[in-house]
Design a protein around this ligand. Structure first.
Ligand code: GLC
Length: 478
């Protein structure tokens, strides 16, 4: 008898409907990778993985109304509307009603608004399998936004209502824990349970989720270890330590088909690991496009992504500014912290012939940069996983990374440059090393080819999640 495993993914964002950061990539690619696990991995199991998202105003989807159901709040029924669409054959549900309105964005700058919205979403999503008459085996939540579903599941389990259903919480970014939900929980008639959480965290969604989940997964093995230390544990290290038997580290993958330099339509000249020399044409095209001096031998350094202190943008700008004796070009693409944006603009003004600060979100330009630049800087202070370094390697752009979290797990000296501490000094040493290796074309090419041939697909991580589900469900049965 084939064993069906029904899994509901709960997330705040997922491509192509809406994407703000890396969570949007993972919540879209991982459930589909699980559905498409090859038979030699899944045996007789059939994985029916589905995704539920809030129907934010900014969601782009051709969805049809499917169902309506009430969620009780302060003694009154709030109606939840369920719409359905699909993504590569996977059912995707969009929930609206209550605080999820057609004008809202994904995240607001007001923690109280987000707490209301995501509490409602988490509790409504937990009701969805019952409304759909679909027997769910695993509730798989992501980050603080949906962690309360896992907590509410534990409360229901105490009444027997969710016995046999396993819960998984993936941590993409520990410092974001959500706001105090004591009053919100009370409005849904839910208690704040007695836990061994520190006082300040006893009513925050993410800590409550970590307390409740059958399995907690950090998005890389190194991050799973780091969050047990005071440096990265955000004050929860002792609490997480007490739960370390449920803590796992599974690295993310990238969509190897969507990010393939041999077929990517967003890059002017496609190439493979067999002919990386073609990249030079992409570099020329990018220099022309950005109005930088066209020069194939000047090393081009790139930075792509959210401009956040987490990402060490300040470190990068600071170090580059002081390397004046070696030629380089620097292209930065992204938006975020206004102070960092301003600092990037200043560097461009100081070095108009070397620096381009493209302060916007532009997926096509990002791909062109990966296919053209020689090096990608990721001096992140912490990095649970990081996706850009994997995409860069696949496109032959060698990463220069701080040895933390997923950066440490994916980048080695054979495919890039790794430095030990997130300081200007340590970054400078690695960058100068990369710039000195660069003129040795044979050596550089060998590094590029090794990087391009690495497997960063979802095949292995999806298999690890599948095995985790199996272990959890076996335990429930026994
Ligand atoms: C968060 C983390 C990043 C990770 C992504 C997807 O954005 O900061 O490191 O790659 O989530 O898991």
């Amino acid at each position: 008898m084939p064993k069906n495993i029904n899994v509901l993914f709960l997330a705040a964002e997922a491509e192509p409907f809406v994407k703000v950061g890396g969570l949007g990539d993972v919540a879209s690619a991982l459930p589909r990778a699980l559905r498409n696990l090859p038979a030699d991995v899944r045996g007789d199991s059939v994985l029916d993985v589905r995704l539920v998202l809030p129907h934010h105003g900014v969601v782009k989807a051709d969805a049809r109304p499917l169902a309506m159901f009430p969620l009780e709040r302060e003694g009154r029924d709030v109606m939840v509307q369920v719409s359905e669409t699909t993504l590569g054959g996977m059912p995707v549900y969009l929930l609206s009603g209550g605080p999820i309105t057609s004008v809202g964005s994904v995240y607001s700058s007001n923690p109280a608004i987000d707490a209301e919205k995501y509490s409602f979403f988490s509790l409504a999503a937990l009701e969805l399998p019952r409304v759909l008459n679909w027997n769910v085996d695993v509730i798989h939540a992501h980050d603080w936004h949906t962690a309360l579903a896992v907590y509410a599941m534990l409360l229901k389990r105490w009444t027997g209502a969710t016995n046999g259903v396993a819960s998984v919480l993936t941590l993409h970014n520990l410092p974001y824990m959500g706001a105090d939900v004591t009053d919100i929980l009370a409005s849904y008639n839910l208690p704040v349970a007695q836990t061994d959480l520190p006082d300040w965290a006893h009513a925050l969604p993410l800590p409550l989720g970590i307390f409740s989940a059958d399995a907690v997964v950090a998005v890389s093995p190194t991050y799973a270890e780091e969050i047990l230390t005071p440096e990265f544990g955000c004050g929860l290290e002792d609490f997480i330590h007490r739960r370390r038997e449920v803590l796992h580290g599974i690295i993310n993958g990238i969509d190897a088909r969507a990010f393939d330099p041999a077929t990517d339509p967003a890059i002017p000249h496609q190439f493979t690991a067999e002919n990386p020399a073609i990249r030079e044409k992409n570099k020329t095209a990018l220099q022309e496009k950005l109005n930088l001096p066209v020069d194939p031998v000047t090393p081009m350094i790139a930075m792509v992504g959210r401009m956040d202190v987490q990402k060490g943008v300040d470190l990068a700008l600071n170090v580059l500014e002081k390397i004046t004796d070696i030629p380089w070009q620097f292209v930065l693409l992204g938006t975020g912290d206004p102070a960092l944006e301003e600092a990037a603009r200043k560097l461009q003004m100081e070095y108009p012939g070397r620096v381009r600060a493209e302060l916007r979100f532009d997926g096509a330009l990002a791909r062109h940069i990966y296919a053209a630049a020689d090096m990608l800087l990721m001096p992140s202070r912490y990095e649970p996983c990081g996706l850009a370094q994997m995409i860069a390697m696949r496109y032959g752009c060698l990463p220069i990374v701080h040895a933390t979290g997923g950066l440490k797990d994916t980048v080695t000296d054979e495919v890039g440059f790794v430095f030990k501490s997130a300081t200007p000094r340590s970054l400078r040493t690695a960058l100068v090393k990369a710039l000195s290796v660069y003129p040795d074309r044979g050596h550089w090419r060998a590094l590029q080819q090794t990087a391009m041939r690495k497997d960063f697909s979802w095949a292995k991580p999806a298999r690890e999640y599948f095995e985790l589900y199996q272990t959890l469900l076996d335990k429930k049965e026994s």
